[in-house]
Design a protein around this ligand. Structure first.
Ligand SMILES: Nc1nc2c([nH]c(=O)n2[C@@H]2O[C@H](COP(=O)(O)OP(=O)(O)OP(=O)(O)O)[C@@H](O)[C@H]2O)c(=O)[nH]1
Ligand SMILES: [Mg+2]
Length: 134
């Protein structure tokens, strides 16, 4: 069981509007603390990735995702934890994105994504985003 607890399925949302991207800062005590992230969180047992995406975005940044597409699935092993990220690009939503759990957050341009301090798994996400932007 201990091993299972250290491999988590995660829904991640790349929130985009007007060629800007919404990013949040992880809390110091969290895994990969103080790094920037795309909002999201663990998929519950028997929950679909899409449902987890909508739920986490509502809880963490106060938006209702209206249109999104699957970008990629990505397995990554940190020294202390394995993650399977189910990544979606959210292109339409209602509400104004903000740090609904008190976390730091901001809208940034694509070039800023390249220089922000993200968890290592995110490199693959950003490379794929660069590809689809052309
Ligand atoms: N949300 C999010 N998690 C990421 C990203 N990249 C990445 O490696 N992760 C990892 O995926 C896991 C996500 O879990 P989480 O901490 O967001 O989970 P959660 O929202 O359910 O919250 P919790 O920390 O209160 O349990 C963490 O281990 C985190 O380090 C990312 O861009 N966004
Ligand atoms: Mg989270």
């Amino acid at each position: 069981m201990a091993n299972l607890a250290k491999h988590v399925q995660v829904a991640v949302g790349v929130i985009t509007r007007n060629d800007q991207f919404f990013v949040c800062r992880r809390r110091a005590h969290q895994h990969q603390g103080n790094k920037w992230e795309f909002p999201g969180g663990k998929i519950d047992l028997d929950e679909s990735p899409e449902h987890a995406l909508r739920r986490e975005l509502s809880e963490e940044i106060g938006i209702i995702a209206r249109a999104y597409f699957h970008l990629l699935n990505l397995d990554f092993s940190y020294p202390d934890k394995k993650v399977s990220l189910h990544v979606f690009v959210v292109s339409d939503f209602s509400g104004e994105a903000y740090g609904a759990e008190g976390q730091e957050s901001k809208w940034v341009g694509f070039n800023d994504l390249l220089s922000l301090d993200f968890p290592d798994a995110n490199r693959t996400i950003i490379e794929k985003l660069a590809l689809i932007r052309g």
